[in-house]
Design a protein around this ligand. Structure first.
Ligand SMILES: [Zn+2]
Length: 350
């Protein structure tokens, strides 16, 4: 099964809706950029090391913002290389988070955004992969910083800048703190998504993001299971949860022998929730899109029909404009079925 599963997960058409630009830097590229500011190869290796109980990646992202990045061209390179790597694993479309607040001291929003979009355009030409950018609120910064981000987005509109997100550490930084930024972005026609219910945080954050801030989808969202009534409402509304199999919080807090059994990802579809697996910070999580999808089978026990459903959840919940989204949905379904017949002629993953 493992060879066929590898072939299948590698080749199946995929979107990635939850990946952070600064979490997607290749280790070799990080080392090269870090050398400019005097960091040693050993320091880079230590940052990229991931043990059985990973301590998370936020400190690496801060190192990039505060020490390593020097010019907007760095963002072009990171975006281009990430999309090259993703396309090599069958990713056809990616939606990528970027925190402009953390790099404003190096280059202004417009310059950074244009560099990333140039990277997207070059990757589309060279690798046939499409990408959309989601500038994201740094929730460890102030609400005023978030409002400023929304104002930058409104002042510098570009078609591939599709929506606004929020990330960094959720603990004690609930989404409503940033209501003004959300309102400005929504009034400006941007799509909205929010990291909520990560780090074991209260499911209220998922509820607030959906009901008060009116986000279109939820990133992570695992603790929604702690509030069955809320979970039922999310299922009824068809809210998409972009989940991350390699999420460090559960690797750190669940006992290794119970991790796969007790992980909320395993239980979310049974509660009627729409999920889609994503890579988050691929080199830092030591994951590829292929492995991300393999984990859904090997760790969480999902079958072929589940994978097909997750794939379609992702396309339907993407921020791609119509009719491109509908076209991709039909093409993905057809390609998935042909590939499944080839890899698994019995119709099951065995
Ligand atoms: Zn994330």
């Amino acid at each position: 099964m493992s060879d066929a599963l590898e072939t299948f997960c590698h080749a199946m058409p995929k979107v990635d809706l939850h990946v952070h630009l600064l979490g997607a830097v290749r280790q070799a590229t990080f080392a090269e950029m870090a050398a400019r500011c005097g960091m040693t190869a050993a320091e880079t290796e230590a940052l990229y090391a991931r043990d059985a109980k990973p301590k998370g990646v936020l400190h690496v992202l801060r190192t990039l913002e505060q020490r390593v990045l020097r010019q907007s061209g760095d963002l072009h390179r990171i975006a281009y290389e990430h999309l090259q790597d993703a396309a090599a694993h069958g990713v056809r479309h990616s939606e990528i988070f970027w925190n402009p607040t953390g790099t404003e001291h190096i280059f202004p929003y417009a310059k950074g955004a244009d560099a990333i979009l140039a990277g997207f355009a070059d990757a589309a030409t060279d690798f046939g992969v499409s990408a959309l950018l989601i500038p994201s609120i740094d929730r460890e910064a102030t609400p005023e910083d978030a409002t400023q981000l929304a104002e930058w987005m409104l002042a510098h509109r570009r078609d591939p800048i599709i929506g606004m997100g929020i990330d960094y550490r959720e603990t004690d930084r609930p989404p409503e703190l940033f209501w003004k930024a959300w309102r400005l972005a929504k009034q400006g026609g941007f799509r909205l998504t929010a990291h909520a219910g990560e780090f074991g945080c209260h499911p209220r954050n998922v509820e607030t993001a959906l009901d008060l801030l009116e986000v279109d989808r939820i990133d992570h969202g695992y603790t929604v299971l702690e509030d069955p009534a809320l979970a039922a409402r999310c299922a009824e509304r068809g809210v998409l949860f972009t989940v991350v199999p390699t999420n460090s919080y559960y690797l750190r807090t669940l006992p290794p022998e119970r991790w796969a059994e007790d992980h909320p990802i395993r239980r979310m579809p049974a509660a009627g929730l729409l999920i889609h697996p994503n890579t988050d910070d691929p080199p830092l999580h030591q994951v590829t899109p292929t492995r991300c999808w393999r984990m859904m089978v090997e760790d969480f026990g999902f079958g072929l029909a589940d994978l097909r459903g997750f794939m379609l959840n992702g396309v339907r919940g993407s921020f791609l404009p119509e009719p491109a989204r509908r076209h991709i949905e039909a093409a993905f379904a057809e390609e998935f079925d042909a590939l499944a017949a080839e890899c698994f002629p019995q119709g099951v993953l065995s």
